[in-house]
Design a binder for this molecule. Structure first.
Ligand code: FAD
Length: 337
């Protein structure tokens, strides 16, 4: 139920409001005001919505509404949005293509910013350099590099995220890592100032870049190595085949757990315990790859979270290993107690 629907239900009941109900009304009214004010400050083409359903924006297809949702059209627009959030103490979450997220059914309180406008998704190949915006799809970057005769980006082809998400996560596959290729990184801080640093200065590590927890990536200059296009194409086809023969086709958020420090990868641990095919509602441990949890159609975030907990417990009981989620779990429960 959205804040506005909730508010009208409460008003219609005719009973005096308790503190919690009054709080819901105040919040809903505040969001309406914030939405109106922010809308007025941004240029006409900017997407500014309230109660935007996140399930539509994640590859797992679960997640409740974000109070406010903005797709800035330019860096100036983004700076205005960040400054507005700061002045009004509104929490901000940066959304890429939603391929590493498990958003709870109650949605996100605050503002979600997504750099999916074309002005943030440009890709230019020049010599050995690929200059790209944070909103660019990784597949498009891999394709552009191949067309420009540059190798080193083949591993990005099958990762269904954006450059911004891949920088934040230091995404990796087939032995390659995002930050192996980053020469320069542009980002904006929370006061709207644009900064530029080298890839090394960003301090990325396994599955993360701490700098980008707080700041928003705007784009990067990536470095490739010249190679024949046919060779690159062959490598991309091979990595694609390998991926799709070992990965489910149903909606998922990729690998659910990080590989533990011990030798056995998370997927094998789960498989060895016979947990492939285990279901909670429409959330299921994939029978193709045990570290992928898939949505069979109507799964809720609560189903996925229960499945995650069940698998975690079984692995702990059987092997004494604490699995840590790789998927980022955010947002609120539907009925927070
Ligand atoms: C089928 C499938 C296969 C996958 N395979 C792989 C794989 O092989 N290797 C791998 O590493 N991952 C894999 N993933 C996970 C996921 O695709 C990557 O982590 C990807 O980099 C996330 O990018 P995104 O744009 O979807 O980010 P999101 O999921 O939207 O966000 C992820 C994080 O990045 C942050 N973020 C997004 N944009 C920005 C920005 N502009 N600035 C700062 N922070 C930002 C978000 O706040 C969040 O913390 C897979 C996922 C799926 C569904």
């Amino acid at each position: 139920m959205s804040g506005v629907e909730h508010m009208s239900t409460l008003k219609l009941s005719g009973e005096p409001l308790d503190e919690a109900q009054a709080g819901v009304i105040n919040l809903a009214m505040r969001i309406t005001d914030l939405h109106t004010d922010l809308r007025e400050m941004l240029v006409a083409g900017t997407v500014v919505r309230r109660d935007e359903t996140m399930a539509r924006r994640t590859t797992l297809r679960v997640g409740g509404p974000a109070d406010l949702y903005v797709e800035p059209t330019s860096e100036a627009d983004l700076a205005t949005t960040l400054q507005f959030a700061r002045v009004h103490s509104v929490p901000v979450f940066f959304l890429g293509r939603g391929s590493n997220l498990l958003i709870r059914d109650g949605g996100i309180r605050g503002l979600v910013i997504c750099l999916c406008h074309p002005s943030f998704s440009r890709i230019e190949v020049e010599g050995e350099w690929v200059r790209c915006g944070a909103g660019a799809y990784l597949r498009q970057i891999a394709n552009a590099a191949r067309d420009g005769g540059l190798t080193g980006f083949e591993f990005l082809e099958g990762i269904p995220g954006s450059l911004g998400g891949a920088l934040r996560m230091n995404a990796g596959a087939m032995g390659g890592w995002m930050f192996d290729r980053v020469e320069r990184l542009r980002y904006m801080d929370r006061v709207g100032e644009v900064l530029e640093i080298t890839g090394e200065e960003a301090g990325a590590r396994y599955r993360g870049c701490p700098l980008l927890v707080k700041h928003i990536a705007l784009g990067a200059v990536l470095k490739g190595t010249p190679a024949a296009r046919e060779v690159i194409s062959e490598r991309m086809t091979a990595s694609n085949q390998k991926r799709w023969s070992s990965q489910p086709k149903q909606p998922s958020a990729g690998c659910t757990f990080k590989n533990p420090a011990q030798d056995t990868p998370a997927g094998r641990l789960i498989d060895e315990l016979g947990l492939k095919g285990t279901r909670v509602g429409d959330a299921m441990v994939s029978d193709v790859h045990a570290n992928f949890f898939v949505n069979l159609g109507q799964a809720t975030a609560t189903d996925v979270l229960r499945l995650l907990e069940l698998v975690r417990q079984r692995v702990h009981e059987a092997r004494g290993i604490e699995l840590e989620p790789e998927v980022e779990i955010i947002g609120e429960d539907l009925n927070p107690s």
